[in-house]
Design a protein. Structure first.
Length: 89
């Protein structure tokens, strides 16, 4: 398997990277503008139900998409439940 800069910067990979960066910037803007949105999504029963249904419908459409969304939501859920206590030695 050869690896070169030409295959790394192919049209398909550039579109994938630009899409990923755009998604991350959009999530950052939403987190910055409306922080209570993620608190309500991950801390209430209805918010968790909406997320699970969203993952279920995405999985029906495409299994890889559903798995990817589940991983992203688990990571966001872990970030929303991080404690803000300072680290003391």
């Amino acid at each position: 398997m050869s690896f070169s800069l030409e295959t790394l910067f192919s049209r398909k990979n550039i579109n994938l990277i630009v899409g990923l960066i755009t998604l991350l910037l959009f999530l950052w803007i939403v987190l910055f503008a409306i922080p209570s949105l993620f608190v309500n999504l991950f801390d209430t029963f209805l918010g968790n139900l909406i997320l699970i249904l969203f993952i279920l419908f995405a999985t029906i459409y495409d299994k890889n998409l559903g798995i990817g969304l589940a991983v992203v939501f688990i990571i966001l859920w872990r970030f929303s439940h991080m404690s803000s206590e300072p680290f003391i030695l």
